[in-house]
Every structure is written in C-alpha cells, then in structure tokens.
Design a binder for this molecule. Structure first.
Ligand code: C2E
Ligand code: CA
Ligand code: CA
Length: 369
C-alpha cells in the first residue's frame, strides 16, 4: 500500500483486514480515481502462504473532508459505511460515501433485530422444489429452500435475508433449523411411501463452525432420517483456496452417509482438476446456462461436457420450458428442477404432487395434464 500512495500520505492498519489511507488533495475524487487501479493491483499481487497461492481482493470506501464529516470519527464512520456498500457490490469495488448509506445501515440493523425475533418466534418455513428424473419423469428428490413469514411483509425470499444472516452469523442457527426440518420431512415422507432425496443449501460459514459435524449427526438422530437420502449443496467458492481441513470435513460428512452437491456449477472457477479432489457426488448446472441455451448453446453444452467428464450425477436447474427440458434430455443430464415442474412448494403441496404420481409418472404440464 505504501508503494501505491505518495510519500506524504498516511497508511495505517486499523486492525484485522482493515487499512486506512489518509490523502491530502485539492480534488479528492480525481486523486482517488487515479489511485484506485494502483491500489487494487498492489493488493491483488498473489501471496505465497506455505506453498498456496493466495489472492486478496479489496473493497474500498471513501469519505471526503469537509463534505462527509468535520471530524475524524465521522469521516471514519462514513468511509466504513462506504466500504460496506462496496463490499456488497462485489470484489474490487470502490464506493464514495453518500448520505443515504446511513439509512441502508439503519435498515440492516432493523432487519437483524427482526431476524433474531423471527428465529425466536419460528417465522421461518421450508419450501421444497421437486427434482425430477429425466428418464422416468418421476419426482425423485426435492431441494429445501427457506422462506421467512415476515409478520408485516409476508412471504419473504432468501435473497432478501440470507446474505445478512451470513454476515451476522445467524445463518448457523437458521441453517441448522432448515436442515433438521428437511430431515424430518424426508423421514416422514419416506415412512409414508415416498422416498425422496432431499437437498439442503449450506453457507460457507456453517462449514467452518466448530461442532458442525456433531450438530448434523444430532439433527439426523432427532429427525430419524436416513442420511443416505439427504444431500448438502455447497458452492465452488467454499472449496477454493481451502486446505486439507475442509477436505477432511467433507469426507466426514460423506462418512456420515450424506452426499454433497456442487451448486451453481459453471458460474465459478470450474477448475476440473481441482474439483476432482473433493468428495462431490452431484453437480447442479446453474440456471443461467439452461435459460440461455438459445443464445449460448455452445457454452451451455461445454458446461454439460465438463460435468460429464467428472462422471458425477448432473442436475439441470431452472428448467422453465419444454424446449429446455428437451435439450436437457438430449444432453443426457440425469435430473432436473425448475418451474416447468413446480416452484418451491410448502410441504403439503409437494405431498399432493407425490400422491398424484403414485400410479403414473409425471407427464409434464402439457395440454393433457
Ligand atoms: P439456489 O440454491 O440456486 O436455489 C435455486 C433458486 O432458483 C431458488 O430461489 C428457486 O426458487 C429458483 N428457481 C427454481 N426454479 C426456477 C425456474 O424455473 N426459474 C427461475 N428463474 N428460478 C427458479 P430461492 O428459493 O429464492 O433461493 C435463492 C437462493 O437462496 C438459493 O439459490 C440459495 O443459494 C439460497 N438459499 C435458499 N434457502 C437456503 C438455506 O436454507 N440456506 C442457505 N444457506 N441458503 C439458502
Ligand atoms: Ca441450491
Ligand atoms: Ca443453484
């Protein structure tokens, strides 16, 4: 950082992974704009940590004296708010402080309190999206997707609250509840004649939580579920740059009987040599590929070939049309899910679908259905 700034500028470490640059300039915006790429490049320089190449991406927040504050406390607080906004915009982003950011923080604080209350009052429910076998057309599994029955706003989707649960650590409690509910539902359906493989989404934070494995085991016991019919979905970002400890944990999860799926395949690094090292049984092709086959057929087909090279079970996500399903079939993909079969449904509605298919395989919502 010192190399990136000029001699008279102050560079300080505030603690942890937070650094402060204090710059003097007559045109702060122009100075920062000119500095931005140099800073990002300086930080992105790969580091060698015990033989592992590690790359860091910064999020930059800027406040300007005197517009954004008259004293150092206010300027620091506003630069911090700007940094959080940059973080939300993704890697390498830079944000200048704007007055609305305090409101956004205020909203986050309110939502965090509501989330805690929601957990205390059991406002979260699990919906299930059917997963269909391409060959037989039968529902053979379901993905558990959490919903929040917010007392004022009603049914609320995970995109709204999961990121905040992740950054506050509440995801541990929420994730544990979703897993246990999914395991209970799986066991109940199986006892009533519908053995489904139920998959549950897992955030990175849950995996690094001490005692995670014991908690899984205990939840399975309480639910009375057969772990062989449960799957955990993780994303590639969880695997990247992680060490042997993660590998061992994934193997322990597998030894419990659970299988592991890689979610949103194709959107991350998709490094095959790398993926092959991990105990993964299923790849879920991200819905963006399925939904862009008209425009990007070759890319979508390349992604499918990559999946098939790894010889894992392949699931196509986000199938919405018969044409997409036909393509899925032609590619030799094993399973699919998407609105063409059903949106995520409350457990009783999924049960209704399962009962319908008892005598006959699911035939698709064609004119005759
Ligand atoms: P995801 O794991 O990729 O889940 C699939 C998302 O695609 C779901 O959104 C689902 O409703 C949606 N979807 C399914 N079929 C179609 C389709 O045909 N077309 C389109 N356009 N979309 C379709 P949802 O339920 O809003 O969940 C969003 C994300 O929230 C999930 O993405 C997952 O990453 C996260 N999430 C959901 N439940 C949990 C949970 O219990 N724990 C954690 N950690 N994350 C969760
Ligand atoms: Ca998923
Ligand atoms: Ca997905």
């Amino acid at each position: 950082l010192r190399h990136a700034v000029s001699g008279g500028d102050l560079v300080a470490r505030l603690g942890g992974d937070e650094f402060l640059l204090l710059l003097a300039s007559h045109d702060a915006r122009a100075t920062v704009a000119a500095l931005r790429d140099r800073l990002i490049r300086a930080i992105a320089e790969p580091l060698d940590l015990g033989g592992h190449q590690v790359q860091v991406t910064p999020s930059l927040g800027v406040s300007v004296y005197p517009d954004d504050g008259q004293d150092i406390e206010t300027l620091l607080r506003h630069a911090d708010l700007a940094m959080y906004t940059a973080k939300e915009r993704g890697r390498n982003a830079l944000s200048f402080y704007e007055s609305g950011m305090s409101d956004a923080l205020q909203r986050r604080t309110v939502m965090e309190a509501e989330l805690r209350q929601g957990l205390a009052r059991d406002e979260f429910v699990v919906h299930y999206q059917p997963i269909v076998d391409v060959e037989s057309g039968r529902i053979v599994g379901a993905e558990a997707l959490v919903r929040w029955m917010h007392p004022q706003h009603g049914l609320t989707f995970p995109d709204v609250f999961v990121p905040l649960c992740e950054s506050t650590g509440l995801i541990r409690e929420l994730g544990a509840r979703v897993f246990e509910q999914a395991a209970r539902d799986q066991a109940r359906w199986a006892a009533q004649g519908h053995v489904l493989r139920v998959s549950v989404n897992l955030s990175a934070r849950q995996l690094v939580q001490p005692g995670f494995l014991d908690e899984l085991r205990a939840a399975l016991g309480r639910a009375g579920a057969d772990p062989r019919h449960l799957q955990l979905e993780i994303t590639e970002s969880v695997l990247l740059g992680r060490d042997e400890a993660l590998m061992a944990l994934l193997r322990d999860i597998q030894a419990l009987g659970l299988s592991i799926a890689l979610d949103d395949f194709g959107t991350g690094y998709s490094n095959l040599a790398y993926l092959q090292r991990f105990p993964i049984s299923t790849l879920k092709i991200d819905k963006t590929f399925i939904q862009s086959i008209d425009a990007n057929r070759r890319v979508a087909e390349l992604i499918v070939s990559m999946c098939q090279l790894l010889r894992l079970t392949v699931v196509a996500e986000g199938v919405e049309t018969h044409e997409q399903l036909e393509w899925v079939r032609l590619q030799g993909i094993d399973l699919w899910q998407g609105n063409l079969c059903a949106q995520p449904l409350p457990a009783p509605a999924l049960w209704g679908l399962l009962e319908q298919q008892r005598p006959l395989p699911w035939a698709g919502p064609g004119p005759e259905a």
